[in-house]
Design a protein around this ligand. Structure first.
Ligand SMILES: [Fe+2]
Ligand SMILES: [Fe+2]
Length: 262
């Protein structure tokens, strides 16, 4: 049995008062083998926000793996945004924007979907490139049948039922088909500040392989969008995934019912 905590959208710089300390205590009590943070560690990509985020990461039990989100790019300094968009993230969080974690029961690979600019007015949108999809496929090709195959990306691959209009990560169709072909089981994402889980439709469904998208709400930010602060706990045993949401209620994180996914 392997336990993974899935946090997203911490947004250091715009925190819900009191949540960070209780979250750290809750995670230390729950004791996951790995804590995944699917982007937006900061609000404006400021140094002091990154330092506070890193201090939080240093206090986590077990290993952690993070990818950048659109908020982790410099917002004010546009020169830095275009010339060295991920310098601060690399220096203060970790040098690897597509990190990898291997365990006998899982392989977890991060993909950086944040972009410093795009061919659209809203630079918050993300994209997954062909090279990144190839990288995931290469990593998964080396996985054993026993390992649950997990991709972490900030931008979502599936929209919430209540907001089907929300824009998803660019390049997702080709990506998900390739993910299905190389046996990816789960994609962990955030960005919408809404928690939900749903299978991702893909065109490589011949063998019926299901790619499950698991979204986390914001764990710690006051930028809640109707869902409140929460994070996910996944328990994996090779055959099934038990998914539990722990929600912030009355000053503590309260575990919800467990959903079993085969
Ligand atoms: Fe966010
Ligand atoms: Fe975001």
């Amino acid at each position: 049995m392997l336990m993974i905590a899935h946090l997203s959208d911490l947004h250091f710089g715009r925190l819900q008062p009191g949540v960070v300390q209780r979250l750290a205590a809750d995670l230390n009590r729950v004791g996951p083998d790995l804590t995944v943070i699917s982007g937006d560690l900061t609000q404006h990509g400021r140094r002091r926000e990154f330092r506070a985020a890193r201090h939080f990461l240093n206090g986590l039990p077990g290993a952690w793996l993070a990818v950048p989100g659109n908020h982790d790019l410099p917002r004010i300094n546009l020169v830095e945004r275009f010339t060295a968009p991920f310098d601060r993230y690399r220096r203060l969080i970790g040098p690897d924007l597509c990190p990898l974690w291997r365990h006998a029961e899982a392989v977890v690979v991060g993909v950086n979907t944040a972009r410093s600019f795009g061919a659209h007015w809203n630079w918050a949108h993300g994209r997954i490139s062909r090279e990144q999809v190839r990288h995931v496929a290469d990593v998964m090709a080396a996985a054993t049948p026993r390992q649950t195959r997990i991709v972490v990306a900030h931008h979502p691959f599936v929209a919430p039922e209540i907001r089907p209009d929300l824009r998803l990560v660019g390049g997702r169709r080709a990506a998900v088909s390739q993910f299905a072909r190389c046996g990816v089981d789960v994609i962990l994402s955030g960005h919408f500040h809404l928690g939900y889980a749903a299978p991702v439709a893909h065109e490589a469904a011949a063998d019926g392989h299901v790619v499950l998208a698991v979204q986390a709400s914001t764990a710690t930010s006051s930028r809640v969008r109707g869902d409140g602060n929460a994070y996910n706990v996944l328990r994996l045993d090779g055959q099934r995934i038990d998914l539990q949401v722990r929600r912030w209620r009355d000053g503590r994180f309260v575990p919800g019912p467990t959903r079993r996914i085969r």
